[in-house]
Design a protein around this ligand. Structure first.
Ligand code: PLP
Length: 662
């Protein structure tokens, strides 16, 4: 698939590669990488090549480099157009190894006597291939899976074998059916550990265990006093919806002891929330959980596992800061803290070190998926460099004072007076809007006021472009002057967290990086919902309101990609405007490190999504055919026209729900 000569070139040192790039003076591919902060958020999995394309490095080394544009074009030649979600299973494999290595190092550094096991919470990305791959890649280290519902357990029960050391942890609310499945799975030889969240669950499982003659292995989720942090802070702390308070845990232990089942309580669990951006909150929760662990051991519980839940964050912004789409710690620091805290609390209490379990989801799967989409058009052209001269007013009208003031501001812009001119223009623009609303200004003059205001903003932005920092008020110029790039995707289907929780994902053009991007844009999707837009991007600081993009060229696709989208996005996505699942391509490397398409799942057709909504497509077609026949009979349509409409209708029913190239 990959041309060997290209690969040899791509493997050359970055500087050597750039030397060959015919870039305009003052701009190199490296500048683009810096602008889009690829190294900061890419964690080594993403980079750029001499051709100005984004590359993917599944194991973070140049030897495995895959040109993303090459993959997109390869898919297109096979009739899978964008938008397409591309999965790199090599990245999944590498993430698991990274987590394993970080804990192995921490265990050695802290002379920890227990083991480490990761369990992957399948809710984070339940796709069969993802779960199967994670289970397969985690085999050398006995990594397990976590489920949060009955259907998730049903999926996992059949998937895992009877590998005794590989746990399946069951969280979430459990009814009798869920718990019966747990008990029977244990009979089947699976190491299934239900985490008890309430006394109802405890009573039920004890009843079912007795009925089936099983001695259950139990965990308990502890409601810690330590408050979580970030958007999901409420998953932990006194008021969290899940788990037993410390006094209830003691009550639970006493109940088990009365039944002679105290050795069945083998695991304590907490979940400090997802995307925990500040390491201090993780450490506080850990300390508390470790103390609960040692106290229960002293009371006689048969504990063997301490399960510290998920929460390990992903630095989507690449800023390494304590803000929502970032994190102020590394995976290595996290592993060291977990191992050190658990180890030292146990040492103080002279309790044997338990097996540490983590339920990290986001940190394992986020990196492996990339959503590539094309830009289908732009609007706004809000940068205005030419306006009609003052002495040629529209339709010869007399110019009112606010418009004269806007001309004055425009003519006075200089670096020194930039802020003053911007303020004057804002005031004059507001007065023009008022005049128009009161009926004292024509539509043409209102349009002129708008253009003049944008022209002042453009000139002011150009005047202060070299200043660092630019005055705070002028930072909003980018927002005023941005273009809108319309993108062939649905935010609600493919990036729901952008809409739901204002999550920032890194978005980068996958080609033309050797060209200086000359426009600033917000991205709008093709749903007819004004919320379907992306207006927060990664930049050198903690996020920007616009994305630097290239001028669109006629008849040439322009591809952008959203990175780190492997966690939570697919299952949370919805069918707003009936845009369905995108195509999904699984890319692998072969033994020569050439990429190949292992599997492509075609995205939903219009027929499929209409079916989800209860439409009987055969009946729709029959009804339309009838209407066409009537139109032919009444002479409103020719037979050819009616046939062509029906052919179009049928073809579109089988087609992609997104825009397709001609
Ligand atoms: N474990 C439990 C119980 C969860 O509820 C979640 C998700 O919220 C996770 C693990 C995964 O968390 P993360 O993806 O932040 O690692």
């Amino acid at each position: 698939m990959v041309d060997r000569a290209d690969r040899a070139e791509a493997l050359a040192e970055p500087q050597a590669r750039e030397a060959k790039v015919a870039a305009p003076p003052g701009w190199t591919v490296r500048d683009a990488a810096e602008l889009y902060q690829i190294d900061a958020w890419g964690a080594g999995y993403f980079g750029w090549n001499a051709a100005g394309h984004v590359v993917v490095r599944p194991d973070t080394t140049a030897a495995t480099e895959i040109d993303l544009l090459e993959v997109v074009e390869g898919l297109r030649r096979r009739s899978y157009s964008t938008p397409v979600l591309i999965r790199f299973s090599g990245i999944l494999e590498h993430r698991l190894k990274r987590v394993h290595d970080a804990f192995t190092r921490a265990i050695a550094d802290h002379d920890y006597q227990g083991r480490f096991l990761a369990v992957y919470p399948i809710k984070v990305n339940q796709q069969r291939t993802v779960v199967e791959e994670i289970y397969r890649f985690g085999r050398p280290w006995d990594f397990g899976l976590e489920v949060g519902s009955k259907p998730e357990l049903l999926a996992v029960m059949a998937l895992v074998g009877d590998e005794l050391e590989r746990p399946v942890i069951c969280n979430g609310f459990k009814d009798e059916g869920y718990l019966e499945a747990v008990v029977l799975a244990k009979k089947l030889g699976r190491k299934v550990i239900p985490v008890i969240e309430s006394f109802d669950e405890l009573h039920l499982i004890l009843k079912l265990a007795a009925k089936h003659g099983v001695r259950p292995t139990l965990g308990v989720r502890v409601k810690l006093a330590s408050q979580g942090s970030g958007r999901w802070g409420g998953s932990a702390g006194d008021k969290s919806k899940f788990g037993l308070s410390v006094s209830e845990v003691v009550e639970m232990f006493d109940l088990l002891a009365r039944e002679g089942l105290e050795d069945c309580l083998q695991l304590v669990h907490c979940h400090p929330g997802s995307q925990v951006q500040d390491i201090r909150f993780l450490v506080d929760a850990l300390n508390e959980l470790a103390n609960v662990y040692v106290e229960l051991v002293r009371m006689g519980a048969g504990l063997r596992y301490i399960d510290v839940g998920g929460g390990l964050a992903v630095d989507y912004l690449g800023s390494q800061t304590n803000v929502e789409s970032s994190m102020n710690y590394s995976l290595d620091e996290y592993a060291a803290d977990v191992v050190h805290r658990v180890g030292s609390v146990c040492d103080q209490a002279k309790v044997a070190h338990p097996t540490i379990i983590t339920e990290s989801g986001r940190a394992i799967v986020a990196f492996h998926s990339v959503l590539v989409f094309d830009v289908v058009g732009s609007a706004g052209s809000s940068v205005v460099r030419e306006v009609e001269p003052r002495d040629a007013p529209p339709a010869g009208e007399r110019l009112p004072q606010p418009i004269l003031d806007l001309y004055d501001a425009l003519e006075s812009v200089s670096e020194a007076r930039a802020l003053e001119c911007f303020h004057d223009a804002e005031k004059a623009r507001d007065e023009a809007v008022q005049l128009f609303s009161l009926g004292y200004m024509s539509l043409r003059l209102r349009g002129l006021a708008d253009r003049l205001f944008r022209a002042v903003c453009t000139r002011v932005r150009d005047a202060v472009a070299g200043r660092d920092p630019i005055p705070e008020e002028l930072e909003e110029l980018d927002r005023i002057l941005n273009d809108t790039y319309f993108c062939n995707l649905s935010v609600f289907q493919s990036l729901p967290d952008v809409w739901a929780i204002e999550q920032v994902f890194p978005i980068v053009p996958i080609h033309r990086l050797e060209e200086r991007p000359t426009r600033k844009a917000v991205l709008a999707d093709i749903t007819c919902d004004s919320d379907g837009e992306i207006a927060r991007f990664v930049d050198r600081q903690e996020g920007a309101d616009t994305l630097s993009v290239h001028e669109l060229r006629p008849d040439e696709p322009y591809y952008l990609a959203a990175f780190l989208v492997g966690a939570y996005q697919e299952t949370l996505g919805d069918l707003h405007n009936l845009f369905g699942d995108t195509h999904v391509a699984h890319i692998r490397l072969d033994e020569r490190n050439d990429w190949w398409i292992e599997e492509v799942l075609r995205g939903d057709s219009a027929r499929t999504v209409l079916g989800y909504m209860g439409y009987d497509v055969a009946r729709l077609l029959a009804r339309l055919t009838q209407d066409c026949e009537r139109a032919v009979r009444d002479g409103r349509m020719s037979l050819e026209e009616s046939q062509s409409l029906l052919r179009f209708y049928e073809a579109e029913l089988s087609g992609y729900t997104y825009l397709e190239p001609d």
